[in-house]
Design a binder for this molecule. Structure first.
Ligand code: PGA
Length: 266
């Protein structure tokens, strides 16, 4: 088992409450069954002062409470798909970091490409959200990645460096001690066309080196995930890459059997 393996399930805006319950129950039944002896109730990894579980679920906001109850006292942790950049106040429809903390979240996705492209989240807004997560002791999973067009133009590194620089400018390099980065090429999300292990490794290695320019220790300890069309058939090859510490799974995380197969591929 990769010692800092982390698998995140981004359910996006899918399902009903009873489907959410079913999914959690199936995952728990599989994880806690005898053939999963390695997964113990208290299984978490400790790195650089951060305690990381192996699985984090990101249900829609309205199902957070129900999932929180089901995963209590299990090795699975809870995360939200988004958060407000504000503390509290007259922000109709928004959910604050303190509310997420209050309801039992440990994690939050920040800057998912769907938030960036469909809901106008700029690098600056993403940086404010990341800052809120850190301020309220939520572990942000910062999503970065380029479009197909940007990749074709050779802009992958410059796009990602801008995305990371915005975070560093607002929160500083030390904030990455308490964060996770997910490289999610936009062309691979929901398309069935994952990056090849080589392509993903090249970008993750570059991200680690980019951060190492500021702090080698933080870069070395940083958990970096790959996301974008991870499926049972391609998970193993991706997870074998030296810089890939796990995955952020969308579509395949809605199917307990597929998700467990991906988990087993570590
Ligand atoms: P996908 O989504 O696995 O369906 O490509 C990944 C994500 O958007 O996080």
């Amino acid at each position: 088992m990769n010692k800092r393996f982390l698998l995140a399930a981004n359910w996006k805006m899918h399902g009903t409450q009873s489907q959410a319950q079913d999914l959690v129950q199936h995952i728990l039944a599989a994880l806690l069954s005898p053939q999963f002896k390695k997964v113990k109730k208290d299984q978490i990894e400790i790195q650089a002062g951060l305690q990381l579980p192996h699985i984090v679920l990101f249900p829609p906001f309205v199902y957070l409470q129900c999932v929180a109850e089901l995963i209590q006292n299990t090795p699975i942790k809870l995360g939200a798909q988004n958060l407000s950049q504000y503390d509290n106040g007259a922000y109709t429809g928004e959910i604050s970091a303190s509310m997420l903390k209050d309801i039992g979240c440990d994690y939050v996705l920040v800057g998912h490409s769907e938030r960036r492209t469909l809901f106008g989240e700029t690098n600056e807004i993403v940086a404010l959200k990341f800052h809120q997560a850190i301020k309220f002791q939520l572990i942000p999973i910062l999503c970065v990645g380029e479009t197909q067009q940007e990749r074709d133009k050779g802009q992958t590194q410059s796009i990602i460096s801008q995305q990371i620089q915005a975070i560093l400018k607002k929160s500083g390099i030390r904030s990455l001690k308490k964060a996770v980065i997910a490289y999610e090429p936009i062309w691979a999300i929901g398309t069935g066309e994952a990056a090849t292990p080589k392509q993903a490794q090249a970008v993750l290695q570059w991200i680690r080196a980019f951060i190492a320019q500021q702090d080698a220790q933080i870069a070395q300890n940083l958990t970096i995930l790959y996301g974008g069309s991870i499926k049972p058939y391609n998970a193993k090859a991706l997870f074998q890459m030296p810089d890939i510490d796990g995955g952020l799974v969308g579509g395949a995380s809605l199917d307990a059997e597929k998700f467990i197969k991906i988990y087993q591929a570590q």
